[in-house]
Design a protein around this ligand. Structure first.
Ligand SMILES: C[S@@+](CC[C@H](N)C(=O)[O-])C[C@H]1O[C@@H](n2cnc3c(N)ncnc32)[C@H](O)[C@@H]1O
Length: 282
């Protein structure tokens, strides 16, 4: 059996009881480590915190491993219980549907244990989840690659009065260009896009496309480390949020569409300059 287990958003304590029971009975535990991140990351003590709680060794599954060796993981799951851990909810990232489809093709049994996802945790700011349009991903621009397919989607969402969730790029274990040219893979340090970079890129694309999908005065909400003790949520215009230091990753951004009075009331509590509500336990 392959157990695909959501870990939630904060730290090791956010796994569900059902998820923990599944992990404890598995012979092998993989942890997907390229579409999201728990608040403590996976360096140093992060991994051992999880291993101590589960009483199991964890194998980190990076993009290369999941994409190239999925069949090996599935072969193990055919003859024993294997857990595949995903930060957030397993279906909060498009990637893991592939694994399920592959498992079905190979007739490997799959059980999914759900958990909170960034896709629903953003509800905390008061913008109703029912009033969102298509989610977009904002990739890091480089000197030669500045893709802007997200622009059209944001424009359509805004024309319909819908909010847009922007997920921000995560680059882990990316081989550097020089190392590829030399034929010996060396990896760049991990990079996580900040809200500030996302807004700079969004404004650059608006300037290039000029279709008035949004501008510096457009209302947004920035979220950092949602679900953890020090989460930060600030509502303001793009211009205002450009000046906010949201701190450590992960970050995401919502571009606000047409609002309902109740949404406005909730958003007020997070307005720029009021300090963010981070809901720390007293
Ligand atoms: C592929 S998505 C989310 C996947 C995850 N499985 C889930 O269900 O939440 C990853 C992106 O969501 C956003 N994100 C994820 N967790 C977050 C958090 N705790 N706080 C803020 N943004 C987050 C970041 O922009 C990140 O690059």
């Amino acid at each position: 059996m392959l157990y695909i287990v959501g870990l939630g958003l904060g730290d090791e304590k956010d796994i569900t009881i059902r998820g923990l029971e599944a992990v404890k009975k598995c012979e092998k535990v993989y942890m997907e480590a390229y579409t999201s991140l728990l608040s403590f990351g996976l360096s140093g003590d992060g991994l051992s915190t999880l291993e101590n709680l589960y009483g199991k060794r964890i194998t980190i599954a990076d993009r290369e491993m999941v994409e190239e060796k999925a069949d090996d993981i599935l072969s193990e799951a055919r003859v024993s219980d294997v857990a595949f851990l995903v930060v957030g909810d397993p279906f909060g990232a498009t990637t893991h549907s592939d694994l399920v489809v592959r498992a079905n093709t190979l007739r490997v049994n799959v059980k999914v244990v759900h958990n909170a996802s960034v896709m629903n945790a953003i509800g905390i700011c008061g913008l109703q989840l029912y009033r969102y349009g298509e989610t977009v991903s904002i990739p890091f621009f480089s000197d030669t690659w500045r893709p802007d397919s997200f622009y059209e989607k944001i424009r359509i969402n805004r024309e319909l009065g819908l909010h847009t969730l922007c997920l921000l790029d995560i680059r882990v274990k990316e081989p550097s260009w020089e190392s590829l040219a030399r034929g010996r893979k060396k990896y760049e340090p991990p990079r996580y896009m900040t809200i500030n970079t996302a807004i700079e890129q969004l404004l650059e694309v608006e300037q290039r496309r000029g279709e008035s999908a949004y501008d510096e005065g457009t209302s947004c909400v920035g979220f950092a480390r949602l679900g953890s003790e020090d989460q930060m949520i600030v509502a303001g215009t793009m211009r205002e949020l450009l000046a906010v230091d949201f701190g450590a990753p992960l970050h995401c951004l919502v571009i606000v569409g047409k609002t309902h009075p109740l949404e406005e009331e909730m958003l007020d509590a997070y307005k720029h300059g009021r300090g963010s509500l981070n809901q720390k336990d007293e």
